[in-house]
Design a protein around this ligand. Structure first.
Ligand code: SF4
Length: 305
């Protein structure tokens, strides 16, 4: 990433990790615990409140591990995305829902959830940790270095934070770690069961992701099926305020009710060589990364507040 003139040669006031708790950011945290890369002052996990149970269990284990190495893991949150979306009194939560329009065409609703539930609380926490909570202005030259878990196979997703007080760095790119290397590294350290981090009801799940939730997190699956029914004609807040959707909303890309959608995978032998179709079937392998989202279209660059 480019070094901005005002921070050239200036040491960061803080070193942060944006911890998604998936494969890549968990690897970065463990590397710091081992002293292979500089220690973080804080690792920040942006919690949407609707992660699979396995992610929270992994996070608890990681927290204990990191704190033994002197790295606190702090959870930041803007609320619970599921309960907010279903609350008629809560402001509209825009998830990238699949839409079926009255004339039969399909689309994808605008995504604001990553920004609202992940990027905004991470920026707010960084400002507070720097000592310049909003609306205080962060002086030029004062910044936190923020490590992001991007591996060499996804280098195109590495990008700047878009704000002056946060400078993104990519330790896995510097070390030449691809995703496979990260998985081996985690397995060697007893973290081989690390699962991807994304909301239980994320419409970006491919069939593999939905099957995983159905088979490993029955409570989450039940919530997702109920949620899918509840948003069929729009979010309760939008309907209550006279903005009903013209068509229908769905969590599954087939625009079928989640519990009726075909989640079966293509035959194994067809999947040995990844093709756009099989990749599409599997969906996003690593979940929703706040700063470099792997799902769907990249999140728009945040403002410079
Ligand atoms: S995981 Fe999906 S639903 Fe959750 S914040 Fe990211 S894009 Fe939105």
């Amino acid at each position: 990433m480019t070094t901005r003139p005002e921070t050239a040669g200036v040491e960061p006031a803080l070193r942060l990790l944006s911890l998604g708790a998936g494969v890549q950011s968990t690897t970065v945290l463990l590397l710091a615990c081992e002293g292979a890369i500089p220690r973080f002052d804080v690792a920040l996990f942006a919690d949407t409140g609707w992660e699979p149970r396995a992610v929270y269990a992994n996070l608890d284990r990681l927290r204990a591990h990191a704190e033994r190495a002197g790295i606190p893991v702090r959870r930041v949150s803007a609320g619970n995305i599921r309960t907010d979306a279903l609350d008629p009194k809560h402001r509209f939560v825009s998830m990238p829902l699949h839409t079926l329009n009255p004339e039969g065409s399909r689309g994808l609703a605008r995504r604001q959830c990553t920004s609202e539930y992940k990027i905004t609380p991470l920026k707010k926490a960084a400002r507070e940790l720097l000592g310049y909570a909003h609306p205080k202005r962060v002086p030029p030259g004062v910044y936190a270095e923020q490590a992001i878990g991007i591996s060499t196979d996804e280098i195109g997703r590495a990008r700047d934070s878009g704000v002056r007080f946060l400078r993104n760095v990519f330790p896995l790119l510097e070390l030449g770690f691809d995703r496979e290397r990260c998985i081996e590294f985690l397995q060697d350290r007893g973290f081989g069961e690390t699962v991807k981090s994304a909301c239980v009801g994320c419409p970006f799940h491919g069939n593999a992701g939905w099957r995983w939730i159905r088979d490993h997190d029955p409570e989450g699956w039940e919530q997702a099926v109920e949620f899918d029914r509840a948003i069929r004609h729009g979010y309760p807040h939008a309907s209550k305020h006279g903005q009903p959707l013209r068509g229908q909303y769905f969590l599954h890309r087939s625009c079928k009710p989640l519990d009726e959608a075909d989640l079966d995978t293509p035959a194994r032998h067809l999947r040995l060589v990844p093709t756009p179709a099989t990749l599409d079937e599997d969906g996003d392998p690593d979940g929703c990364s706040p700063w470099s989202c792997r799902s769907g279209a990249p999140v728009g660059q945040p403002d410079a507040a």
